[in-house]
Design a protein around this ligand. Structure first.
Ligand code: X8Z
Ligand code: ZN
Length: 663
């Protein structure tokens, strides 16, 4: 499973190996030994040229196996995916071993960088021992499948009702019934309970792989992909969090007040003034945008109800399907018409997203994108619905895989995924080992930079919202809409890998997995479960990236970087007004600057790439604060006199402090 270039590059599960186009390469063996014949007297530069060629040659078969196991979950596709991943990781270990010959030898700077990158090509470092390597790929594929096919079933016999993640997310998105939300939230978390044993073993195996490569543990390896030391990037994340934390605390305080008004003082928070996990409109409390009905600052200051507009578009499609098939009244036929309407709407939404990129001067997506992409959840089988973007062959076969529903969250996720796709297409001309994000946070930030440019004006221009007022109230509404997606995410973006770093370095023991998870949720997010979550649960496993083994710090970094990119592109477009009103839609200068960055891939240290775009070479959250300045002022006023903050140990009285005047 797992993305080939998972660690430094993408988002996905696309891996590789298998076909070996290059002549001297025999077919890779199915297990164990290193497949490559090493040419005598090869220089370091020749070695990297060979690895690049072999990598590119084996990539498509591996991607196909991964694509298949993600879009047709069954035992057969799982076996094929595990086997092909086994061959890939064996090959990768062999290259890494071979590269050791060149330590201390003369080589070009590009070769030196490529050898560094080689060690970071997977997020799943595999032990050298072939039996353990095979065990690792089996566990990884199994956990991916458990997540993708996870179901929460209630009732018996004819009354049996099974719901998957999408159904349970619908409840959190739309229901405001306390118990229904609690049931949906708890129900989804049951799917992760059986993963705990597998995950524990997974950790042992990847740590052995990381140590085989010379890292202390897998977390240290993950932190080695940032053109700075592992300790330095960890410190950078602390620094950036320190910049934005006061803003998050204000949003938290306002949100708690509103939840208390909605659900009552006793149910609107949990002990310690923390937000109840099941009431945040999102399974992981990482994006509070679905709470718009509860949190909208001004009800009558111009509607930003994108959900309503997309639902109406879907309804139109459905009515059109019904008109074409007036006799389709059976439940089976109705269900098919629903999927057809979903698909038509999903394609329209994707065309919209493509249009933004094209307006910047970027190319249209290739025809194969449209024919091979998975847009909606198929009716006949389990698939991994978690959105991802795929580069199948480093040569233009790009796809996305989503289960698109007509709502705002999925609409912006399409823009996000196309960011990955446009990055792939732009750096496909680079040697394979340089095909990746400048760092992985860059990869995650491309599409989100476009999302920041989806201002109310832009939404109006594409018919998703009505006429927009020019007023302070409308501005605060627009800022709140963005903050619920972006600011609420920040501590979540940090805590996931704080947990995994601890799991990998052994400071969090298997017997404390769940306690540590909730301690970190409390510390960073100020979120807590409404009912006890003991060690019989494995709540981390209910978040895709944990069983899917996708590093998560990338998203935290992205949520800072995207504001820096946005500001730089606004500047490039010649825009002069306040940052939050800028949209560079249609601006070719901004587009050219963006494209220049994308086409560099990871061929140079990210600091240089950042400097070329923004003029600075440090990640910095001041653009986040500049963007949200009006909202922060407004929130402080709203929170005045309130007791803000929370107590991670659950004692309400302990650290209460008034909000007024706080940073
Ligand atoms: O996983 C994703 C993308 C694919 S790279 C849909 N995201 C994170 C998540 O959903 O947890 C985007 C934002 C954070
Ligand atoms: Zn992504």
């Amino acid at each position: 499973m797992k993305p080939l270039r998972a660690l430094l590059a993408l988002s996905i599960t696309a891996a590789v190996i298998g076909v070996v186009g290059c002549k001297k390469e025999p077919s890779p063996p199915t297990t164990g030994t290193a497949p490559t014949t090493v040419p005598q007297g090869e220089t370091a530069d020749q070695f990297i040229a060979r690895v690049n060629a072999e990598y590119k040659a084996m990539y498509p078969e591996m991607s196909s196996a991964q694509w298949l196991s993600n879009t047709y979950i069954n035992d057969d596709s799982a076996m094929i995916a595990a086997k092909s991943n086994e061959r890939w990781l064996t090959q990768l270990n062999s290259w890494i071993e071979q590269s050791k010959r060149f330590e201390g030898q003369p080589m070009s700077p590009d070769t030196a960088r490529s050898i560094q990158l080689l060690k970071l090509l997977t997020a799943m470092p595999a032990p050298k021992d072939p039996a353990k390597l095979a065990e690792l790929t089996r566990i990884a594929t199994k956990m991916d499948g458990m997540y993708g096919s996870g179901k929460y079933c209630t009732g018996e016999g004819d009354a049996k009702n099974c719901r998957q993640l999408g159904d349970l997310e619908d409840v959190l998105r739309s229901s405001r019934d306390y118990d229904a939300q609690l049931d949906a939230w708890q129900g989804w978390h049951t799917i992760a309970q059986p993963m705990r044993k597998d995950y524990t073993r997974f950790v042992e195996l990847v740590n052995e792989g990381a140590r085989d490569m010379g890292y202390a543990d897998t977390g240290e390896m993950w932190r080695s992909g940032y053109d700075m030391s592992p300790a330095e990037i960890a410190a950078e994340t602390d620094r950036l969090w320190g910049q934005v934390k006061p803003l998050y605390e204000q949003l938290h305080c306002y949100t708690r007040t509103k939840l208390e008004a909605t659900y009552g003082a006793d149910k609107g928070h949990v002990a310690g003034n923390m937000l109840p996990a099941h009431l945040m409109g999102n399974m992981w409390q990482q994006d509070w945008g679905n709470l718009w009905d509860v949190l909208a600052p001004y009800k009558n200051a111009g509607s930003l109800d994108v959900n309503g507009a997309l639902a109406a578009q879907y309804q139109q499609q459905f009515d059109a399907q019904m008109a074409k098939n007036p006799d389709s009244r059976e439940p089976e036929q109705q269900a098919q018409l629903e999927v057809d309407a979903q698909l038509a709407t999903a394609r329209q939404m994707t065309e919209r997203a493509q249009d933004f990129y094209v307006s910047l001067g970027m190319p249209k997506l290739p025809e194969t994108y449209w024919s091979k992409t998975q847009f909606v959840k198929p009716r006949d089988r389990d698939v991994v619905c978690h959105a991802s973007a795929w580069d199948m062959n480093m040569a233009g076969d790009v796809r996305t895989k989503m289960c698109i529903k007509p709502n705002e969250e999925d609409f912006t996720t399409i823009y996000h995924e196309l960011g990955h796709v446009y990055y792939y297409m732009a750096y496909n001309k680079q040697p394979p080992l340089f095909q990746g994000g400048a760092h992985d946070g860059f990869h995650e930030a491309i599409g989100d930079t476009i999302v920041l440019a989806m201002t109310p004006k832009y939404l109006q221009s594409i018919g998703l919202v009505g006429d927009q007022q020019q007023s302070n109230e409308a501005l605060i509404n627009a800022q709140m809409r963005m903050a619920l997606a972006k600011v609420s995410f920040l501590p979540f973006g940090l805590m996931i890998d704080r947990w995994r770093w601890g799991v990998f370095d052994g400071s969090i023991k298997p017997g404390d997995y769940n306690k540590a998870w909730w301690d970190l949720k409390a510390k960073y997010q100020g979120v807590a479960p409404a009912t006890a979550r003991g060690e019989e649960f494995f709540d981390a496993g209910a978040k895709y990236h944990v069983p899917g083994n996708t590093p998560y710090t990338r998203y935290f970094l992205s949520h800072v970087l995207q504001f820096q990119f946005y500001k730089a592109l606004c500047d490039a477009s010649g825009y002069k007004g306040p940052l939050y009103e800028c949209s560079f839609y249609g601006n070719k200068e901004a587009g050219a600057k963006f494209q220049a960055m994308l086409s560099k891939g990871q061929s140079q240290p990210w600091q240089k790439t950042l400097k070329e775009l923004t003029g600075g070479e440090k990640m910095d959250a001041s653009a986040v604060l500049e963007y949200f300045a009006p909202l922060q002022t407004w929130l402080k006023q709203q929170n005045e006199g309130k007791t803000c903050g929370w107590q991670p140990d659950g004692k309400i009285a302990a650290a209460a402090k008034p909000a007024a005047g706080k940073g």
